[in-house]
Structure formats: structure tokens, C-alpha cells
Design a protein around this ligand. Structure first.
Ligand SMILES: [Zn+2]
Length: 501
């Protein structure tokens, strides 16, 4: 089965920031990991380009709205290569195919009576484009924007959310790890248990910038229906049918959990479609202690700037190394550089260079295959211990615990460095015999090949360079948990990661 790893469909009202970069990088890491395991996988990202707020922002910039979203979509598309994120499909909600798809979805839901005309009154935040129940408000302010909400009463089409409450509850209870980390799923289950769900307002009047409700052009379709179904439009554009949504792994920030964990599966159930495989929920970043906000230039830095300062590999590594996915974290450049230098430059790249230099100098780059039984006890113990840890790395990737991946990889490298130092292979002829040195470099080379593969989803360029010196092509390599011992053929000893200053 093909999996579809998705980022949120980013709202095209402003420039890309670190939060967007983070979602994109996590999705790309998951995508690359699955590819490396030999699985069929497609990475989807895109931009959500409709809604009152975008129309208002374009107007404030004296720009025609179509041109405005064109520019923003181009900004997002230009960001990905700078972060080594490689989407297969970039969907835009203004695409003709998508608009036709959403109209059809609407007609199906309306035809079944799940969408019906009514009125809706509520506290509305224009910036969020959503109504808030009184209990979620911060005084009379939006909990996200801290600005006063407005009371809006208007004609609206409504979606019968309550109709699907029990089925959603049953589904979540029978699929206990659909949302990771699990405390988010527990919260959704509590909400589903706590009583009837209000019908969801799914159309807007007074908003010309959106997809029109079929047969009632005074209304436009709620931007969240528009945005969520872009996942399926993208799946269709990749040549698969709608039911392939069963293979979707949605990466999302915790602020949009409700839309993905309540509304989205309810719409899918209403259409008779299967539910996604996984929701991977991540926390937020502050930058040098400050919340990311457009109004604060220090935090609104284009993430491409961080990737220039840290390299794409360095930035990707630092973002997953600094905190578990679901926690909030702070980006402090000095801390990130210290972690990158310690782990990637010293622990990994430097060991590769020292080992490869010795293999080239003493063995013309070639070490014959040796079986585990022919190696001394120290080598055997190292292989057994690193083998277990590599299994842990793969398990952590499978469970979306990318922080744990980096911790375990660091432990493996600590062990390899200690082994290398204690065995002192550079003392060949000065106290160490040739067999001892050959075994040392043979085991270290083989383990470094596995370690580089384990790093590849996070630091792809670094992995490509390290593997190339062993004659391994990353595009055809497969990551397995058992340690295979191959003959070693080293063709270079480059400096693969320059220390950051
Ligand atoms: Zn708001």
C-alpha cells in the first residue's frame, strides 16, 4: 500500500516561517525513512489559498488576490529545496481540479442531508476564520490571536457533526494509536464522550474569495472543508483514488488538531471513505525565547536564513535533536550550533574521516570480508551492542519518535568513538599489529555505513557523502535492522561537515 505523508496545507496569507519549515522537515524525514525501508511513499504539501483573511490581506497590500496567492505559493515552493524537503505533489486550493473536487464533495454531503441550510450565531475570529465556543475564549478574545472576537449571526449551511460522534468514538477506541502522541487522542476521546457535538457551520456569506456553494452562490464553502480535502485532491493527482486516504500520515501542529481529529474523519465517514493511518502532532517553537509572530521581525525570519547559517542538514538535525516532537521548544542559534558541531561534525564526520584515512593509508582502501566468528571479542561485543541500538533507532522512526532517534544515534557514535580511541588503530607498527588494526577499521567502517543510513532521513546530504566514500548509492540502499558485514572499499577521506562558527 502506498503511504501519503502530508504537511498541513499552509495558509497563504503571509511568508513562510519556522513553524512551517518544522512541519515540512518532519514530514520529509518520515517520507525519506519509509523510502529507505523500500516502501512506496508520496510526500504532499501545498497552500491553502482561499478565505476572507487572504482577500483582506491582499487588499491591504493593494494587490489583486489572485496575484497575491500566486506569490505566496511561489514563496513556499521556493522554501523546500533550501531545507532539502522534496515534495512529490504541491497542491494549491485554487487549482481547477481541487475546486471541482470540493464542489463534488459538497454535493454528495448535501445530497445525503449531512449538510443542510440554517443559521449560525457565534463568536468569530476573522484571523482564525473560525467560530469559538464561549469556553475556549480568553475573556472576549480569540485564544490564539488575543484580539476581540466579533458576534456573527448569519445564514449558513451546517454539517451534522453529531451524526458521526458515536462512530468516531468507536473508531478511536478501536484504533488507540491513531494519534501520536497518545495524550492528544485521549483528549479527543474525552470530547467525543462528553456529549452532543454542535453542527458545524460550513459556509460563509460575505466572502467572495472561495469556492462557491453549488446552487447557492451567495455562500462560499468553509475554508477548512476546502483545505482538508486538498489531501485527497493531491492523492488523486498522484494517480490514486480517494480511498487511498487510508494510507495517509498527516503531520500537523497541535493548534489544528481539532480540524484533523474531529471534522476531517467525520467528513470522511460521511463520504464512506476510510480514515487516515496516522496523525502526527507536533508542538510549537519560540525563537530566542519569543513566540513566532509576523509582527515580530526577529521571529518572522525566513527559515531559509537558518538553513544558510546552519546548512540544511544542520537545521533539520537541530530541529529534531532539540526536543520531542509534541513539546514546545526554543530555537537559540548558539545552542543549535553547539549540538550540530558536537554530534555531526565531531562525533560523526570526524570519525569517518579518521577511519577512512587509515584504511586508505594502510590497506589501499580495501579490507576483505570477515565473519563475526573471525573477529576478536571486543569487536563482537561492539557489533552486538550497536546492532541492538540500530534496531531501537528503526523502531523509534516507526513510532515517529525522532528525538529518540537522535539520542540513540548519538549513543551509537559515542560507543564507536570510544572503541576507536581505545583500540588506537593509528599505532600500526608502533604497538598495534596489522590484524588488530584491520579488524578495528573493518568493524568501524561497517557500522558507520549503517549509521550513515540511519542518519539519511534527517541529514540526507551528509549521508550521501559518507556513503559515496564506501561506494554506496543512497537512492538504491535499503535500511535493515540486522548488521551485515561487507568487504570494505574506501575511495576517499573527505571532511564531510565543517564546524559552524
Ligand atoms: Zn484568532
Amino acid at each position: 500500500m502506498t503511504t501519503f505523508i502530508t504537511t498541513p496545507i499552509f495558509y497563504a496569507s503571509g511568508d513562510p516561517h519556522t513553524g512551517h519549515a518544522y512541519s515540512g522537515i518532519i514530514a520529509d524525514i518520515v517520507h525519506r525513512f519509509r523510502q529507505l525501508c523500500g516502501e512506496e511513499t508520496i510526500l504532499i504539501t501545498g497552500t491553502d489559498e482561499h478565505g476572507q483573511k487572504i482577500a483582506a490581506t491582499a487588499q491591504a497590500h493593494n494587490t489583486d488576490v489572485a496575484t497575491f496567492v500566486e506569490d505566496k505559493a511561489a514563496d513556499f515552493a521556493a522554501l523546500w529545496p533550501q531545507l532539502a524537503v522534496q515534495p512529490d505533489v504541491i497542491i494549491r486550493t485554487t487549482q481547477t481540479e481541487h475546486k471541482a473536487h470540493v464542489s463534488k464533495v459538497w454535493q454528495t454531503l448535501a445530497g445525503k442531508g449531512d449538510i443542510y441550510p440554517g443559521t449560525y450565531a457565534g463568536q468569530y475570529c476573522v484571523a482564525c476564520e473560525q467560530y469559538y465556543p464561549a469556553r475556549e475564549l480568553d475573556g472576549d478574545c480569540c485564544p490564539v490571536h488575543k484580539k476581540p472576537v466579533t458576534t456573527v449571526e448569519e445564514a449558513s449551511y451546517l454539517f451534522r457533526l453529531e451524526h458521526y460522534r458515536q462512530r468516531l468514538l468507536d473508531y478511536y477506541q478501536s484504533h488507540p494509536s491513531l494519534i501520536t502522541p497518545s495524550h492528544f487522542q485521549d483528549a479527543i476521546i474525552e470530547q467525543l464522550k462528553s456529549g452532543p457535538l454542535e453542527s458545524l457551520s460550513v459556509s460563509r456569506v460575505n466572502n467572495a474569495w472561495g469556492i462557491r456553494v453549488p446552487n447557492d452562490s451567495n455562500h462560499t464553502i468553509y475554508v477548512w472543508i476546502d483545505a482538508l480535502f486538498s489531501y485527497i485532491t493531491a492523492i488523486q493527482l498522484s494517480g490514486h483514488n480517494s480511498a487511498a486516504i487510508a494510507g495517509a500520515v498527516h503531520v500537523l501542529g497541535k493548534d489544528i488538531l481539532k480540524f484533523h481529529a474531529l471534522y476531517w474523519p467525520a467528513f470522511l465517514l460521511a463520504l464512506g471513505l476510510p480514515l487516515p493511518e496516522k496523525l502526527v502532532v507536533h508542538g510549537w517553537w519560540t525563537i530566542e525565547g519569543e513566540k513566532i509572530a509576523k509582527s515580530n521581525p526577529a521571529t518572522a525570519v525566513n527559515p531559509g536564513v537558518f538553513s544558510e547559517q546552519l546548512t540544511a542538514d544542520g537545521l533539520r538535525y537541530a530541529l529534531v535533536r532539540q526536543k520531542p516532537l509534541s513539546r514546545d521548544g526554543n530555537l537559540a542559534l548558539d545552542e543549535l550550533k553547539a549540538a550540530i558541531n558536537a554530534d555531526l561534525a565531531n562525533n560523526l564526520a570526524n570519525l569517518v574521516k579518521r577511519n577512512n584515512t587509515l584504511v586508505l593509508k594502510h590497506f589501499q582502501g580495501e579490507l576483505a570480508a570477515t565473519t563475526k566468528n573471525q573477529l576478536d571479542d571486543e569487536c563482537g561485543q561492539l557489533l552486538a551492542s550497536c546492532g541492538q541500538q540500530i534496531e531501537q533507532v528503526i523502531r523509534a522512526y516507526r513510532q515517529y519518535e525522532l528525538y529518540q532517534v537522535t539520542l540513540t544515534l548519538k549513543q551509537i557514535l559515542d560507543q564507536l568513538n570510544t572503541f576507536f580511541h581505545q583500540r588506537a588503530p593509528w599505532l600500526l607498527g608502533k604497538g598495534q599489529d596489522e590484524q588488530h588494526v584491520a579488524s578495528t577499521c573493518f568493524v568501524v567502517s561497517n557500522l558507520l555505513r549503517h549509521v550513515a543510513l540511519c542518519y539519511a532521513p534527517i541529514t540526507p546530504q551528509l549521508a550521501v557523502n559518507i556513503l559515496a566514500e564506501q561506494g554506496v548509492d543512497l537512492t538504491t540502499a535499503v535500511l535493515r535492522s540486522d548488521i551485515e558485514l561487507h568487504s570494505v572499499s574506501i575511495n576517499g577521506a573527505g571532511s564531510h561537515f565543517q564546524r559552524l562558527h
